[in-house]
Design a protein around this ligand. Structure first.
Ligand SMILES: Cc1cc2nc3c(=O)[nH]c(=O)nc-3n(C[C@H](O)[C@H](O)[C@H](O)COP(=O)(O)OP(=O)(O)OC[C@H]3O[C@@H](n4cnc5c(N)ncnc54)[C@H](O)[C@@H]3O)c2cc1C
Length: 327
């Protein structure tokens, strides 16, 4: 590991005082410590926020929204009594299917949303690549690319690794961010760049900004949602394709729909054209398949990942069936 300084903080004021331009926050450290061990990134100053549970922890529901603190663990999210509601099942299932039971008990929401891509070229100290800033090009495009992007790849074909990002984008959540002396709220999709270009950082937080919490509004809590994924191993693995769906039904007809695809693009991929296919229609398998074809209409397979086009459509159809099923 390269040497680094670790600041342990007791409250937000200390975290703010300790943070500067080169600051990287540490929550449980599962992704961060891996990155330090990979010796590819220089992370000289870590500010440990894992003790700030009063400001950053907890899961609460009030009349306006569900609030998930950035330090809520994936286990807490999966097991919370309110995430069993039909509208929030995408969130519960995205959390409960990630990683392993041991990882889920430590891994935090904030760290899950802001973990770096798992591209082996990006993370290998022996290889330079355009997104890592130490190579001229994307090595995966012509190299080992079976887990890489089929949508929105441009000059870098990494995929976004976060299950929770996929679910929370489908739920149209809002992120609360603390920086300087103020907090601000943004649509959660704006936590990541619109396009995952090689030259852009993987998230849009300014240096020193801290993710405080994520909110899902009461309006959303009244619909239905589902999350489905495919992966190679039953546990200890990231998905190869994922889909989260939120729908509302009125008199048996789909009145609103939001779809987000995971593990197929460098950023959480909102499939708005596919969602439009559903509007005003009665749920059916033919309709779901038509929406799935639309979602992947622009997909471009690399040399080793053509399987993802069919798999991604199947995962989305399954998520749509689950979200629209009668209870
Ligand atoms: C074997 C294994 C399998 C996995 N499978 C999956 C999977 O299937 N799906 C999935 O989604 N994930 C998976 N993961 C990833 C895992 O969920 C993340 O590594 C974990 O959630 C990171 O959380 P953390 O608290 O350890 O974050 P850290 O490692 O502490 O932080 C990660 C990044 O987020 C930043 N950060 C953290 N909190 C904040 C904050 N509040 N404000 C600003 N920046 C912050 C840090 O600076 C750092 O860059 C897997 C991990 C392992 C080890």
């Amino acid at each position: 590991m390269n040497p680094f300084t670790l600041h342990l903080c007791a409250d937000l004021a200390e975290a703010r005082a300790a943070s500067g331009d080169g600051t990287v926050y540490k929550a449980a450290g599962i992704d961060l410590i891996d990155r330090l061990k990979e010796r590819k990134e220089a992370l000289p100053q870590l500010v440990d926020v894992s003790r700030l549970r009063k400001d950053l922890g907890g899961i609460t529901v009030d009349s306006d929204a569900l609030r998930l603190g950035a330090l809520a663990t994936l286990h807490e999210i999966a097991e919370h009594k309110d995430t069993g509601a039909r509208a929030l099942r995408a969130l519960r299932d995205a959390a409960s299917q990630a990683a392993t039971p041991q990882v889920r008990r430590r891994a935090t929401l904030g760290g899950n949303l802001l973990q770096r891509a798992r591209c082996w070229y990006l993370r290998s100290a022996g290889v330079g690549c355009a997104h890592g800033g130490d190579g001229p090009t994307c090595m995966a495009r012509e190299g080992e690319n079976r887990y890489h992007a089929i949508l929105g790849g441009f000059d870098c074909v990494r995929v976004h690794p976060s299950n929770l990002a996929t679910a929370l984008c489908a739920l149209d959540a809002t992120a609360e961010i603390f920086g300087g002396d103020a907090t601000r709220r943004i649509p959660i999709r704006a936590l990541w760049p619109e396009h995952g270009l090689a030259s852009l950082p993987e998230h849009t937080l300014a240096p020193g900004e801290l993710l405080v919490a994520v909110f899902v509004s009461r309006g959303v809590i009244e619909g239905n949602s589902a999350y489905r994924e495919a992966r190679e191993k039953a546990s200890f693995d990231w998905p190869t394709c994922a889909a989260a769906v939120h729908v509302a039904l009125e008199d048996g007809v789909i009145s609103s729909a939001r779809i987000c695809l995971g593990a197929v693009a460098p950023v959480p991929w909102l499939a708005d054209d596919a969602a439009k296919v559903l509007l005003g229609k009665t749920p059916s398998d033919e309709l779901f398949q038509s929406a799935a074809r639309t979602a992947f209409a622009g997909a471009q397979a690399l040399t080793q990942n053509a399987y993802k086009i069919e798999q991604g459509q199947a995962v989305l159809v399954d998520a749509l069936r689950a979200a629209c099923a009668k209870e």
